[in-house]
Write a protein that binds this ligand. Structure first.
Ligand code: NI
Length: 223
């Protein structure tokens, strides 16, 4: 399932992120790709040794990890240090699946990929994130500050940018719930549970749904 998360960063936060990115030093993105992806990856990434990387992480990932939709949909156990990617005119990232296990020292499994859009879609043409799903290809180009979560096992690509510049943060999550269908069920159930807790906190139905959700999380999570 693809999950669209609105408003991960607000306008002042986006402004601060853009300022850091504009002053940053970027390097060829293919250096961080696996053997197969390297052949199709044509973008640039903020250098990991740029001091702005840590500042951006505090800002961007700080906003993401607090977002209630992210927490409910991803149920994160471990989150990777993100990359900040820049695609200028002529750049693209061909079809690939993300590496299954990442990290140095502290390893994690990539269950969920996340892309956070850091500039306005009107700033560039092309640059759609295209994800192959059971229901066909989905083309994703979101407003600045929004994010999309998708299974790391899905085939995906970024179409060529034909004008302007596309700026995104990308990261990966090991979820407490490995199975994507179970995560989807829990997210759906949690949305119903939260509405019930708001609207009829004392009802017997709310109590039963709440207990079922809690015990399903216990049954399906691995920590
Ligand atoms: Ni990818």
């Amino acid at each position: 399932m693809l999950t669209h998360i609105q408003g991960v960063l607000n306008a002042p936060q986006l402004g601060a992120a853009r300022k850091l990115l504009d002053a940053g030093s970027f390097a060829d993105g293919s250096r961080s790709a696996g053997m197969a992806a390297k052949r199709v990856k044509h973008n640039e990434e903020l250098s990991l040794d740029d001091a702005r990387h840590a500042e951006l992480n505090n800002l961007v990932m700080g906003c993401l990890v607090k977002h209630p939709v992210y927490r409910s949909a991803a149920m994160p156990l471990k989150v990777a240090t993100p990359y900040y990617a820049r695609y200028t005119q002529g750049m693209s990232y061909g079809e690939h699946v993300d590496d299954p296990v990442m990290g140095e020292g502290q390893l994690y499994r990539s269950d969920i990929s996340v892309t956070i859009f850091l500039n306005d879609p009107a700033d560039y043409d092309g640059g759609e994130l295209i994800i192959t799903t059971a229901f066909g290809d989905q083309s994703i180009k979101l407003p600045a500050g929004d994010a999309v979560l998708y299974p790391s096992s899905s085939l995906h690509r970024v179409s060529e940018v034909t004008r302007g510049e596309r700026l995104v943060a990308v990261s990966w999550i090991q979820s407490m719930v490995r199975n994507a269908e179970q995560r989807t069920l829990l997210h759906e159930l949690n949305q119903a549970r939260e509405a019930l807790l708001r609207e009829q906190p004392d009802s017997d139905e709310t109590r039963r749904v709440n207990h079922s959700y809690i015990n399903l999380v216990r049954m399906w999570s691995e920590v």
